[in-house]
Design a protein around this ligand. Structure first.
Ligand SMILES: Nc1ncnc2c1ncn2[C@@H]1O[C@H](COP(=O)(O)OP(=O)(O)OP(=O)(O)O)[C@@H](O)[C@H]1O
Length: 493
């Protein structure tokens, strides 16, 4: 009994070590980015009106992950095949939420704004006015602007742009006044409009009681981050709707705290945002996002299986000039390499970058049997050399012995009638040539010929040395050009 338990433990330990060896910094970054994305999505779903619909998509995702992990190829293939349809479904179902996210991003503030004192005054005024209207059973609907734009969702109304005061709120919602129907839109200390029509919610199950006024409050709270206060004409209660949820307040005085919290969040200071981050709910969401990202990464990106791929790879020989030998005949210029690694590593790899290179100046290549191994291959991270065909290269070499030989300048053509050719003097007069003594010998080296028909007087020309065949070569750093001075004499007429 002890042995299998030990083996299991050993296996877990091995898997863990392999995991640690395989994981790269970019993988950690990958997980962090996905976690952040999931954190935003989960947070949004907590507030989203369409979150019930999410359940079906979540089931499909879970089935897909299980199918992938357990190798249920047909199921995996089916879900992948339906991917576009599922994506369209997600876009249709979550379209209003997606628009909200885009709105939210476009209204993002990179530097937090501290809360102005005026909001404190506004919350006191609104609390007092609303409490009084509730006591008097005057129906009211007051919207406080959040960060998001609401223009797309609200309709009609009369422009006001006046400072919030208790008498103003009372006069607006006075049932005998023509503008009491609809909602008041406010931003900070100002009333922007009254008599505004808000979108109605379709999630009527969230309303235990209440008619269209409460439905309208809930409706707007589902579309943007505004806070909506409802005073029920029928029951004299105060309710607040926010982030797609509506709740009736226990006591009228609770409203002040809700308003203060709302504004604190709206004009969020860094201190509050850190505090919020540390809140248990946010922490839970962050943990859930991190775990989900890790599971997704393990299922889709973790290099679990080793795959083998073979490529035709060019061979380069370098520093041949600095050796006392040359390679005989034609040398192999290509070999087939088999590499091993994860599918993920192969995905980011560019086979055309691969090259086998031999530094022939190195002392190890004495016998010129060159083994192809990982030292000669520019392997990318994550891939290993498995085998090469052929596994080694057999190259024949030629040894070269230096010989100092005179330079001779041949001449061609006929010189002009009024001139007489005297001499073509090379400079330097001798050069050192490397000679493969096993197959050739040399007693002089010729330059390109001097064409006498082009000579019009004494002149100096550059002529290249003519070394034909594989048995001769010039040492490194020797110029192949020779300076030739052509001496002529004028024939007196
Ligand atoms: N879409 C809307 N946008 C803004 N205000 C609306 C909207 N629909 C209804 N109202 C307001 O709600 C009033 C009707 O309230 P209704 O009695 O139907 O709702 P309720 O939720 O039961 O409210 P109460 O508890 O005050 O009776 C309308 O007179 C109007 O002022």
């Amino acid at each position: 009994m002890i042995e299998p338990a030990f083996i299991v433990l050993q296996n877990i330990q091995d898997t863990f070590y392999t995991f640690l060896q395989n994981i790269r910094i970019v993988d950690l970054l990958d997980i962090i980015i996905i976690s952040s994305f999931l954190y935003i999505v989960l947070n949004w779903l907590r507030q989203s009106a369409s979150r019930r619909n999410l359940f079906s998509f979540l089931v499909i995702l879970i089935v897909y992950v299980i199918a992938r992990l357990t190798g249920m190829y047909l199921t995996e293939l089916l879900i992948e095949g339906l991917f576009v349809i599922i994506l369209i479904g997600i876009i249709v179902v979550f379209q209003s939420d997606m628009r909200r996210i885009i709105d939210r991003i476009s209204n993002w503030r990179f530097f937090d704004i501290s809360q102005p004192d005026s909001t404190d005054i506004s919350s006191s005024i609104i609390t007092e006015a609303v409490a009084k209207m509730a006591d008097q059973r005057t129906g009211a609907l007051i919207v406080l602007k959040g960060r998001e734009d609401w223009d797309r969702h609200v309709h009609g109304g009369i422009e006001l742009d006046g400072k919030i005061t208790i008498p103003l709120l009372h006069s607006i919602f006075n049932t005998s006044a023509p503008g009491h129907d609809g909602a008041v839109l406010s931003d900070g200390q100002r009333i922007l409009k009254f008599g505004v029509h808000l979108p109605l919610s379709t999630n009527l199950y969230k309303l235990s009681r209440g008619g269209t006024r409460h439905t309208a409050a809930l409706g707007l709270s589902e579309k943007c981050d505004a806070l909506v206060i409802v005073v029920s004409e029928e029951r004299g209660t105060i309710s607040i709707a926010r982030n797609g949820q509506i709740r009736q307040l226990e006591s009228h005085s609770d409203l002040k705290k809700h308003l203060d919290d709302f504004w604190a969040e709206y004009y969020q200071s860094s201190a509050t945002s850190y505090k919020q981050w540390g809140e248990r709910r946010s922490l839970k969401t962050a943990l859930a996002a991190g775990s989900l990202a890790f599971i997704l990464w393990l299922s889709f990106a973790y290099p679990s299986e080793t795959v083998y791929r073979t490529y035709a790879v060019p061979i380069e020989y370098s520093n041949l000039e600095s050796t006392p030998y040359a390679l005989q005949d034609t040398v192999p210029l290509e070999a087939r390499l088999t590499l091993s690694g994860s599918e993920q590593a192969f995905r980011t790899f560019e086979p055309s970058d691969l090259v086998i290179s031999f530094d022939l100046s190195s002392e190890e290549v004495e016998d010129l049997e060159l083994d192809i191994d990982s030292d000669n291959i520019n392997l990318p991270a994550g891939l290993q050399f498995f085998e090469a065909t052929p596994p080694a290269l057999q190259l024949k070499k030629q040894y070269f012995v230096p010989a100092e030989v005179p330079v001779k300048v041949p001449v061609s053509g006929t010189i002009a009638e009024h001139l007489q050719f005297q001499s073509a003097v090379p400079s330097p007069e001798t050069v050192t040539v490397l000679v493969d003594t096993a197959s050739a010998s040399i007693d002089s080296v010729l330059t390109e010929p001097v064409d006498l028909s082009q000579i019009e007087g004494q002149t100096v020309q550059q002529k290249a040395l003519q070394l034909e065949g594989d048995s001769f070569r010039l040492p490194e750093q020797t110029s192949p050009n020779i300076r030739v001075t052509i001496n002529v004499r004028k024939i007196p007429s």
